[in-house]
Write a protein that binds this ligand. Structure first.
Ligand code: ADP
Ligand code: TRP
Length: 351
């Protein structure tokens, strides 16, 4: 039998999972389990790059594992682990950093965004590089944030993963990972790392929009529908979603906030229902209240069963630690093989 391709992905332990995480990442993790050799992890070290909080971190890791299991990740099929349980990652992160340029890290879009937040800069017109260099030690951008892409590349390369299911916002990080893999291979004249790619079942990378009219649903944007939201909270959020005053002329273009609702409907509903509302928009008969009610109904069909399972699993530490123990062993086994190869390749030898 041909060997299955390696899939690896992770989500930072920074809070509960929302629909963006679900459609951008988690639902793909679940669908890939049977056809690939899958490793999925909780990125707790990456979570430390923003607002480290020892009281919350452990809780956040537990929540994500519960949410992974509740959404259908099966520890019998996939390797589930916590990033910090694989210390080989941290060592290889140090080694790979020797081949990564500060300049390329500073140009990464997510670094600039997060650095701006850490320095409390609102506008994106200000020259962030000079602000970082000039910042005093109380208001600083931490080096872990700068080297975030190295750590992510190591997560992927240490498992020699071929496919990395992530949302659209992570594609720049994947591009860097490929570049680092190529660079390492060619610098040492080896063929150690495959070049990983995003995976979307043949479709485009997903970007789930927010309910506030903005282009992206995200924790820091405060516009999320969480898998753990109860029915009342969820309906309220959807009914309050931003729209516009409605179409006035047939065939008029759809505004961004309303297009966002259609995008969410396309993710959660049937093609017939989507067509019904698209047609109603085109002939100006649409009532946004009806569209929102329908949307809330369809989202609830996806999230409520997951919510029930999350609530059960949150109290079941035994199930969580069992899943993670087996996973960490498997992930470490693969990682330590790669690390040994990397050490050898770089000239670190025992006497
Ligand atoms: P957040 O942006 O809420 O902090 P993360 O950065 O932890 O979420 O993202 C975890 C995973 O979920 C990544 O694969 C990311 O691409 C995906 N993801 C997050 N938000 C969205 C979104 N709005 N649309 C599509 N995928 C998303
Ligand atoms: N950077 C990813 C995010 O913010 C999380 C992540 C860390 C990841 N390491 C990874 C995703 C490796 C895929 C593969 O969502």
């Amino acid at each position: 039998m041909a060997e299955k391709e390696i899939v690896l992905s992770g989500i930072r332990a920074t809070g509960n999972l929302h629909l963006g995480n679900y459609y951008g990442a988690l639902s793909k993790f679940v669908r890939m389990q049977d056809d690939y050799d899958c490793l999925y992890f909780v990125a707790d070290l990456h979570a430390l790059t923003t607002n480290p909080d020892p009281d919350k971190l452990h809780e956040n890791v537990r929540n994500i594992v519960a949410e992974y299991l509740a959404a259908g990740l099966d520890p019998e099929k996939s390797t589930l682990f916590v990033q910090s349980d694989v210390p080989e990652i941290s060592e290889m992160y140090l080694l790979l950093n020797m081949h990564v340029g500060i300049g390329e890290l500073m140009r990464t879009a997510s670094f600039k965004d997060k650095a701006r937040k850490q320095l409390g800069i609102k506008s994106d017109s200000e020259n962030i590089e000079s602000q970082i260099i000039g910042s005093d030690s109380n208001k600083r951008v931490n080096a872990g944030l700068l080297t975030y892409p190295t750590l992510m590349a190591v997560d992927i390369l240490i498992q020699k993963a071929n496919k990395v299911p992530v949302g659209k916002d992570q594609e720049q990080h994947l591009e860097l990972t490929r570049r680092f893999a190529r660079r390492f291979n060619s610098f040492y004249g080896v063929d150690l790392f495959p070049e990983p790619e995003n995976f979307n079942f043949g479709g485009n990378a997903v970007k789930v929009p927010g309910l506030d009219g903005s282009g992206k649903m995200g924790k820091s944007e405060g516009n999320c529908i969480y898998l753990i939201d109860d029915e009342k909270t969820l309906r309220k959020k959807v009914m309050r979603a931003v729209t516009d005053e409605g179409p006035k002329t047939p065939g008029q273009p759809v505004s961004q906030p309303v297009e966002n609702l259609f995008t969410l409907l396309e993710l959660t509903s049937t093609p017939e229902i989507v067509k019904h509302y698209r047609d109603a928009y085109a002939d100006c008969s649409i009532r946004y209240g009806d569209l929102k009610k329908q949307l809330a109904e369809d989202i609830l069909k996806v999230t409520l069963p997951i919510r029930e399972r999350i609530l059960d699993l949150q109290g079941d530490d035994a199930a969580i630690s069992k899943a993670l123990r087996i996973g960490a062993e498997k992930a470490r086994e693969r990682a330590s093989k790669t690390l040994a190869e990397v050490r050898h390749t770089m000239g670190i030898r025992k006497f």
